[in-house]
Design a protein around this ligand. Structure first.
Ligand SMILES: *Cc1c(COP(=O)(O)O)cnc(C)c1O
Length: 368
């Protein structure tokens, strides 16, 4: 199914096929860790670390969105760990974005290198520069966070495949509705569903999606053996969140684009980065591989104090890390040691009506 509208519509009716008269319309929250198993257990649910009906329902929704089998994990990092463990072995070379998600870099430095994986870091904007011979795996994260630099997924995947390697893409910032790395040639997608897919800032979750059957089995095996399994309640909440992802993202993307356009000209804003704006150095690539500019905007104000006054002075901005919630939020990334100016703010646009959010943002900037 390639029509985005049809995909979004069908998601809301996924669970309805195969219901018997009188069955509940909603997927169950399956809490049982044990199953009734008299005689031959082959093909039946066996034990809660490996089998759960609520995971199945959430995974069916994720697989529908990704157009690829998907495995649910208790966090984005658990999904990233599973993807990397399925694709790497001792002696392999891995290229990782140096401006990618911080904890992924920690995972490679503190854990994977100890197991004999050789790690090379390079910035997202220079990821396409080649040198893929002898590289087993290239990890992409586009747009990067918080810099919002891009890299060409299709171009890099073609070059890496020609050199005999594989590509894994962290698609958290865009979700499968905004960018489709598997269709562009990536072998595996990993994502944190803690962000927009759950969307209400109350569940940690993540998933791995791949059309490669062997890798898929390895990922499932990793979850069962490592025990990094999601809770049924969290899986159910994620499923509920996924059903409104399309409606939330349409609102959030449209507002983010309008906010980026309006704030770019504000006298307090020294620099504004948003992937689909014409002044973004990779705007053409954004138009090719993303269906929207996303929900994140990078804003540079004069200094840290000005940035803090802006964030705390706007009633519709939660001062919080993370992004993708129904509420807009913002933070100064320098407080975490990111290599950005002290006045750099990562703005995550939520679902507030633009007519209320826009004037509040502008007023907070005026007074900052
Ligand atoms: C948040 C995030 C993660 C980690 O996800 P958790 O659910 O917090 O474990 C990974 N990659 C990106 C790009 C993220 O934004």
């Amino acid at each position: 199914m390639t029509d985005p509208a049809a995909r979004a519509a069908a998601l809301l009716h996924l669970h309805h096929g195969g219901l018997e008269p009188g069955d509940p319309l909603r997927a169950p929250i399956g809490l049982s860790t044990m199953f009734h198993l008299p005689g031959d257990p082959a093909g039946l649910r066996g034990y809660g670390r490996g089998d759960n009906a609520t995971w199945d329902a959430a995974e069916a929704a994720l697989a529908h969105l990704e157009d690829a089998p998907s495995v649910l994990f208790p966090s984005g990092m658990a999904a990233i760990t599973a993807g990397l463990m399925a694709m790497l072995k001792a002696g392999d070379r891995l290229i990782l974005p140096s401006d990618g998600y911080y904890t992924t870099r920690l995972l490679t430095e503190r854990v994977l290198e100890r197991f004999g994986v050789e790690v090379e870091m390079r910035p997202t904007a220079r990821m396409a520069e080649g040198g893929f011979d002898g590289v087993s795996l290239v990890m992409l994260e586009t747009p990067s966070n918080p810099g919002l630099d891009l890299c060409d997924i299709a171009g890099i995947a073609a070059e890496v495949h020609a050199a005999g390697g594989r590509v894994i893409c962290d698609n958290t910032t865009m979700t499968p509705l905004g960018q489709r790395p598997l269709d562009l040639g990536a072998d595996v997608v990993v994502a944190s569903d803690t962000k927009a897919p759950n969307g209400h800032s109350d569940v940690l979750a993540g998933h791995v999606a791949t059309r490669d059957g062997e890798l898929l089995e390895r990922v499932r095996d990793w979850r069962k053996i490592s025990g990094a399994i999601p809770g049924p309640m969290e899986a159910w909440l994620l499923l509920r969140g996924l059903e409104t992802l399309e409606v939330r993202l349409s609102r959030m993307w449209a507002t983010a684009e309008a906010v980026a356009a309006a704030l770019a000209g504000h006298p307090k804003v020294e620099r504004l980065v948003y992937p689909t704006r014409p002044d973004h150095p990779q705007a053409d690539l954004a138009a090719r591989q993303m269906s929207s500019g996303g929900t994140l905007i990078g804003l540079t104000l004069a200094d840290g104090e000005t940035a803090t006054r802006f964030i705390t002075g706007c009633p519709y901005l939660a001062s919080a890390t993370s992004f993708g919630g129904v509420h807009s939020s913002a933070e100064r990334r320098a407080r975490w040691g990111d290599e950005v100016p002290g006045g750099f703010v990562r703005l995550s646009i939520g679902c507030e009506p633009e007519a209320a959010l826009m004037p509040a943002l502008i007023e907070a900037l005026d007074r900052a």
